[in-house]
Design a protein around this ligand. Structure first.
Ligand code: FES
Length: 107
C-alpha cells in the first residue's frame, strides 16, 4: 500500500523549517527509490505550536517538532524500519481527530 508522507506547510510549521524538510524528504525518497512513498504538503494539522508536523498515512504515525537531523530516522521508518518514538509527542485526542479526517479522504 502506498504510504503518504504529509508535511504541514502552513505558517507556523513553515517558520520552523517545514519547507526545507519537505524538499529534503522528496529528494531522499527519490534517491532511496522508495517507490511506495509519496510526499505531499498538508494545510494544517492543528498542532501548530508543536511543528513542524509530519503525518504518515494510512499508517498513522505523527511526528512533531521534526528537525533535519530527524529525517534519516523517518526515512528509515518509511523504508520499513521502526517508528521514531521520540517524535511521537501529540495528544492522542488530536491525533484521533486528524486521523478521522484523513480517513474521510480529505487531504
Ligand atoms: S501550521 Fe503546521 S500544524 Fe498548523
Amino acid at each position: 500500500m502506498k504510504q503518504i508522507c504529509l508535511v504541514c506547510q502552513n505558517v507556523d510549521c513553515k517558520n520552523r523549517g517545514s519547507e526545507q524538510l519537505m524538499k529534503e524528504l522528496e529528494k531522499q525518497v527519490a534517491d532511496r527509490k522508495l517507490t511506495n512513498v509519496e510526499v505531499r504538503s498538508y494545510i494544517c494539522f492543528g498542532a501548530c505550536q508543536d511543528g513542524p508536523n509530519i503525518v504518515l498515512y494510512p499508517e498513522k504515525s505523527w511526528y512533531a517538532g521534526v528537525k533535519m537531523g530527524d529525517l534519516n530516522d523517518i526515512l528509515s521508518h518509511l523504508a520499513g524500519g521502526p517508528d521514531v518514538k521520540r517524535l511521537d509527542k501529540i495528544d492522542s485526542s488530536l491525533k484521533e481527530l486528524i486521523y478521522q479526517l484523513l480517513d474521510t479522504g480529505v487531504f
